[in-house]
Design a protein around this ligand. Structure first.
Ligand SMILES: [Zn+2]
Ligand SMILES: [Zn+2]
Length: 247
């Protein structure tokens, strides 16, 4: 599979980066992991057509991870004239939270006639879910967002890609990342304690236990960005918007 980092920022766009969104192209199509508010902008920057994306997998219900669905909908209806079905998989409650956000920002947008099927599915804690040939296992993490937050472990074309989502340290990250070809891990802070987020020192201390072949840090906040030169490990790199990686 081919991973493209569409957005690698924290919730605040630190460092001028876009909010969380990863594009995965594989043998049978393309999907997104998270869809922050800036996702359409990022997809266009990288030359992707949103109509080619069949599924959007969402880790948790914070605006910088699912807010982009609001713009996605009005673009699909009014601009790209989408016809292909779109499946959104996320925490229980995602459909109602999406509708509330869409109606707050673009009143009437959920009632406009669509020429494509918009389907929602929800994670069951730790239960593998198959969608369009992709198997995803949702591991419960710790990050209050009005619904259960997850780290997601993807099995695609015989490879494993795990994303931590947003979370403080929890032991479920160990099985989620174990043996993964790539573990994308949030790293909001460098050494500071950031509530409900990870810092580099914690990740570094747990690298041997996580057991991933490579770790890609994302969601860096101001303190992590300021100290990025001190993040040095042969199996770790830092995500940038536009980064492409074959997995
Ligand atoms: Zn976030
Ligand atoms: Zn969050």
């Amino acid at each position: 599979m081919k991973l493209t980092i569409i957005g690698s920022s924290d919730a605040f766009g630190s460092g001028g980066r876009l909010q969380t969104c990863f594009h995965v192209a594989w043998s049978r199509g393309a999907f997104l992991i998270d869809c922050g508010a800036t996702s359409l902008t990022g997809l266009f920057r990288q030359g992707f057509d949103p109509n080619d994306v069949s599924t959007i997998f969402v880790t948790h219900l914070h605006g910088d991870h699912f807010g982009g669905l609001v713009w996605w909908l009005i673009h699909a209806v009014h601009v790209s004239e989408r016809r292909a079905p779109l499946t959104v998989v996320g925490p229980a409650g995602i459909e109602a939270r999406f509708a509330a956000a869409a109606e707050a920002l673009f009143p009437g947008s959920t009632q406009t006639e669509r020429r494509f099927e918009l389907r929602f599915r929800t994670w069951q804690d730790f239960q593998p879910l198959e969608e369009g040939g992709v198997t995803v296992t949702p591991f419960v993490v710790s990050h209050p967002s009005g619904a259960t937050p997850y780290a997601l472990r993807f099995e695609v074309d015989g490879r494993v890609l795990t994303f931590s989502g947003d979370t403080e340290w929890v032991e479920t990250l160990v099985p989620a990342a174990q043996g993964a070809d790539l573990f994308i891990c949030e790293c909001f802070a460098f050494a500071c304690a950031a509530r409900y987020h990870l810092n580099w020192r914690t990740i570094e201390a747990n690298l041997p236990r996580l057991g991933a072949k490579h770790v890609l840090l994302t969601h860096l906040g101001p303190e992590a960005l300021a100290n990025r030169a001190a993040i040095a490990h042969p199996a770790v790199s830092i995500a940038e918007d536009g980064l492409v990686r074959e997995i």
